[in-house]
Design a protein around this ligand. Sequence first.
Ligand code: PEP
Length: 259
Amino acid sequence: MRRPLVAGNWKMNLDLPRGRDLIETIRSGLETLDVRERVEVAVCPPEIYLFPTAAAISGTAIRLGAQNVYHEPSGAFTGEVSAEMIAETGARYVIIGHSERRHTIGHHEDDRMIHLKVRAARRAGLTPILCVGETLDERKAGQTFDVLTFQLAAGLVGLAFKSGSDLVIAYEPVWAIGTGQNATSAQAQEAHAHLRAGLREKFGRLADEVRILYGGSVKPDNAEEIFGQPDVDGGLIGGASLKADSFLGIIRAALAKAG
Ligand code: PEP
């Protein structure tokens, strides 16, 4: 049984006091929900806030994640942060290959760079949350499965994992991120099943332990239906992770899945 994971990607939002307030409200909200070992919850603040966020979540079951990493361990890479540095903050997760980094920011990350980052995360003992997903044009052209196959294979080439919990995949259709237009539960399930089949081809039965999150306009009112799909193991949440009530509502939906 895969334990659902709900991870909040704060992106470049929330200053330090607001982030702390949010953690505090989530923390007290989690006390009223019977989360225990049933659902894992993580927050991914901007990198500069990793250490203070680690302090704010200390003593709670909330885990910490980073939103990006550089692949080299150290050196003359001005402005970059290595996986080892992220691990020092106490983070367990790092988001890699987010669609905003693939398609929007700066020089656009390609699959080779994304692969190097996944490798770096493993080197430092971090669990990568590898994001994959098709653009609207690719979906319209019937290329969704080909894109997912390629991004998954390219991201993970040559890598082995001892445990399925050392890897998380996030299916994030680019057209659904931050748009308010989520994939239907059927679209999510077929993409997730396709990704799991790809993982099975590569890793055999370990694939059944890997969590595949859905990301793209998840809200409390659509989370339960999406998470109810057999291959959807929780969510990577952007906008709705910035408010405690919506994030807690989504965690509630994951609890319904966990049973
Ligand atoms: C994301 O940024 O990973 C994301 C899924 O954003 P949103 O939930 O806002 O669509």
